[in-house]
Design a protein around this ligand. Structure first.
Ligand code: PMP
Ligand code: GLN
Length: 399
């Protein structure tokens, strides 16, 4: 890498600076790439996952209140007490688990920071970490930054659940952690209580840690129960459970999430968290705490709210040439375009953004071996106003 740097008597001259990249194969994330392309071409953006509607007004009012009334200095490193207590209450209500707000809950700068800190807390150079493809894009680079190796196991299509024999066969003396994500981005698949029971047995017998990415815990459809790791006592005792307020409260830009983990793991987690971000902005934490406590109906209604969006989007798409299985959770829907085009998903996502004005996310980028992703599918985000979904569907139905 060549950098123009040295300034001598008012003039810059070129100097050679060499940097050995820690992530030489990593480009800009697909979400940033596709959203930028959508913006450049004025396309309807169903790519990066975020709502095109605002968070609930009482929540915005509470945050405004704290902004305007002097709550603008550092909060405690682990998060404000009222928010940690509200999180602990939510975990008890939803999953019947008792987690101590002081020793088991940490507020983070989005789930992204929590994922980083959890991996960095226990994974060391030479370790192996099992991830399931298609895998959310931040897991593998963070594992590699620890000098460890990600072992990618494909989920079984079309259910996108794991083959547990294959998982067991992949465990070696170097395996340190398994990362799971249900409801699953990008497929919309969910894991069952049987899956979690298999996982519990494996991690206890092999003494592994689990990182459970549950950011879509409240976006689950057709009456299914979210199988949080918090429901399984032995499993929880070896786990970091991560969630995000961005998804649940329609405020992805606030970047506030949290990690729930048993005291020993939380201690290690916080050793890292305090030097990554130290803490997360005060007024938003305080506002979220009030809203969680005063308006639990918001998150309790979320499955119906997003199921309505999924069903509306799919009803608009039913006469299209795409084929699909309804998403079972998250605010993403996979659409198979095999009857329309033979192009690669990446090429097609880019071409359609430019030419037809609808942006989506290619799914192959979430596979270690992109050729093996095997399916001609694109991911569409339906966390949008009905009018946005109608405009997008009209275009897609003409293909
Ligand atoms: N995990 C998954 C599976 C996600 O989809 C996302 C983001 N949408 C994150 C983690 C990161 O969440 P946050 O924006 O709170 O950092
Ligand atoms: N998780 C979001 C998605 O899947 C994007 C988050 C990001 O842009 N980093 O679209």
């Amino acid at each position: 890498m060549r950098i123009c740097a040295r300034k001598e008597r008012g003039k810059f001259s070129a100097v050679d600076v060499s940097v050995e990249s820690k992530l030489p194969d990593v480009g800009t994330t697909i979400f940033t790439v596709m959203s930028a392309l959508a913006q450049e071409h004025g396309a309807i953006n169903l790519s990066q996952g975020f709502p095109d509607f605002d968070g609930p007004e009482p929540l915005l009012d509470r945050v405004q209140h704290y902004f305007n009334n002097g709550f603008n200095q550092y909060p405690p490193m682990q998060g404000v007490p009222t928010l940690r207590t509200a999180i602990s209450g939510k975990v008890a209500d939803l999953y019947g688990a008792k987690v101590d707000p002081d020793s088991e809950v940490t507020v983070t700068a989005g789930a992204t920071e929590a994922l980083f800190c959890a991996i960095a807390a226990v994974v060391s150079a030479g370790d192996e970490v099992i991830v399931f493809d298609p895998a959310y894009d931040s897991y593998d680079p963070v594992i590699r930054l620890q000098g460890a190796r990600a072992i990618h196991i494909p989920l079984e299509q079309p259910s996108y659940r794991p083959d547990w024999q294959r998982v067991e066969d992949a465990i070696t003396p170097r395996t340190k952690m398994i990362i799971i994500n249900s409801p699953h981005n990008p497929t919309g698949g969910i894991w069952t209580d049987t899956d979690l029971a298999h996982l519990e047995k494996l991690v206890c017998s092999h003494e592994l840690f689990v990182l459970s990415d549950e950011v879509y815990e409240l976006i689950i459809f057709d009456g299914e129960l979210h199988q949080s790791v918090c429901r399984f006592g032995d499993l929880y005792s070896r786990s970091f459970v991560v969630s995000s307020f961005g998804k649940t409260y329609h405020v992805t830009g606030w970047k506030v999430g949290y990690c729930v983990a048993p005291p020993l793991l939380t201690t290690e987690f916080r050793r890292i968290h305090q030097f990554v971000t130290f803490t997360v902005n005060t007024p938003v934490q305080l506002g979220l705490a009030d809203f969680l406590t005063d308006h639990p109906e918001h998150h309790l209604r979320l499955p119906d709210f997003y199921q309505g969006k999924r069903d509306y989007f799919l009803s608009l798409m039913k006469n299209s040439r795409f084929t699909f299985e309804p998403s079972r959770g998250t605010y993403f829907q996979l659409l198979n375009y095999q009857a329309i085009s033979q192009e690669s998903d990446r090429d097609l996502a880019e071409r359609w953004t430019k030419e037809i004005g609808v942006a989506s996310i290619p799914v192959s980028v979430f596979y270690e071996d992109q050729q093996s992703s095997g399916a001609s599918v694109l991911r569409f985000c339906f966390a949008k106003d009905d009018a946005t979904l109608e405009r997008a569907a009209e275009i897609l139905c003409n293909l």
